[in-house]
Ligand binder design. Structure first.
Ligand SMILES: NC(=O)c1ccc[n+]([C@@H]2O[C@H](COP(=O)([O-])OP(=O)(O)OC[C@H]3O[C@@H](n4cnc5c(N)ncnc54)[C@H](O)[C@@H]3O)[C@@H](O)[C@H]2O)c1
Length: 335
């Protein structure tokens, strides 16, 4: 298949691209390599895929990987409707996997416009590209944050999601509504994936596991929000990739609008997660207990029954194995 993967320099997009290349698909990775977090990490991920920093930095130019000829990369912004539309017309993708977005709950309080530009305008441009170019299937990233103030657990896609508590969540919910509209009007298949706290090697520096590991390794105190009374369905990156790839490469001919939770189906206590990091670093954390942050929810837990039955999705990684893999990667990346 010829697949467009947006956000290919990002954490999840990088891993998904790598796996799809390995499976023999032809991939075009797209990313604007923005500086929401250190772009050096994004260039290092692209380097792993065989794209050098200089080539990756050229706006709007498709460059081919030196080590994976079936991978090409283009630096482009989803909000750039003209160039994105030309890319769709020229490349004739079979499937689109949209993982590019302005991520992060907390940053949406500081810079709300970035969320509307990438997640609403950018997503509309992706939908338009699909509509006008006969795309068979659009798979896109949503988020567990759409559950907002929902208190029924585990979270199920049949629960109401009309009480988001961050603009980030509101843009992800908007994506689901927009996708529904486009499937209804133009008859192409869309699948939205509500990711639950993804972690693992090459992870995002703004996320808790990275922040904690970095602080503990460098003898700085860590901020533990809601006095540690937080629980998360932490999902290891390989399990996410397995699920995303099954959906992206699936051959079902139905043209419906679907939504799935993609998580580990287990809620872990934040303090247990921190203890696992401490074990792997061989150091104790100095914890600053703090109040919950605006926009944050106390507990997430994914019901993944639908993904299990439709795609045989079975997350397999324990937090012990997952954290060990992350900390090993962290040490080698920073050495
Ligand atoms: N990591 C998680 O735990 C998690 C949880 C829920 C949802 N998600 C969603 O999954 C997707 C991937 O997340 P991630 O963790 O890999 O984040 P990431 O920030 O590492 O990756 C996103 C990539 O998209 C790129 N990007 C952002 N705006 C763009 C634009 N307008 N045009 C082109 N490229 C743009 C960024 O440069 C970045 O490389 C996102 O949609 C995110 O909202 C992630």
């Amino acid at each position: 298949m010829k697949i467009l993967v947006t956000g290919a320099a990002g954490f999840i997009g990088f891993h998904v691209s790598k796996k799809l290349i390995h499976l023999g698909h032809q991939i075009i990775g797209l990313d604007n390599i923005n500086d929401y977090y250190d772009p050096a990490l994004k260039y290092r991920r692209l380097h792993e895929l065989g794209i050098g920093k200089e080539e990756a930095s050229q706006d709007g130019i498709l460059v081919r990987s030196s080590k994976n000829p079936s991978f090409q990369f283009i630096k482009m912004d989803l909000a750039d409707s003209k160039n994105l539309s030309d890319l769709f017309q020229n490349e004739k993708f079979d499937v689109v996997c949209n993982l590019a977005a302005q991520a992060g709950v907390r940053y949406s309080l500081e810079n709300p416009k970035a969320y509307v530009d990438s997640n609403v305008v950018g997503f509309l441009n992706i939908l338009e590209g699909c509509r006008h170019n006969n795309i068979k299937h659009l798979v896109y990233a949503s988020s567990s944050s759409v559950y907002g103030l929902n208190s029924k657990i585990p979270f199920s896609t049949s629960d109401r999601t009309d009480s988001p508590i961050s603009l980030y969540a509101a843009t992800k919910k908007s994506n689901e509504l927009m996708a529904h509209t486009y499937t209804h009007l133009y008859g192409f298949k869309t699948t939205g994936l509500r990711f639950f706290t993804v972690y693992g090697p090459w992870g995002r520096p703004d996320m808790a596991i990275y922040l904690f590991t970095d602080a503990i390794a460098n003898d700085r105190p860590i901020k533990v929000f809601n006095h540690g009374k937080m629980e998360r369905d932490f999902t290891y990156i390989d399990d996410i990739v397995e699920g995303v790839v099954r959906i992206v490469t699936g051959t079902s001919a139905d043209k419906s609008c679907k939504l799935y939770n993609i998580g580990n189906n287990k809620s872990e206590k934040l303090l247990d997660f921190i203890e696992e990091i401490e074990k792997n670093l061989g150091k104790k954390a100095e914890k600053n207990m703090m109040a919950i942050q605006p926009g944050d929810v106390e507990k997430t837990w994914a019901n993944v029954n639908a993904l299990e039955s439709d795609y045989k999705y079975k997350p397999a990684t324990t937090i012990q194995d997952g954290i060990q893999a992350f900390v090993d990667w962290y040490k080698s990346y920073h050495s």
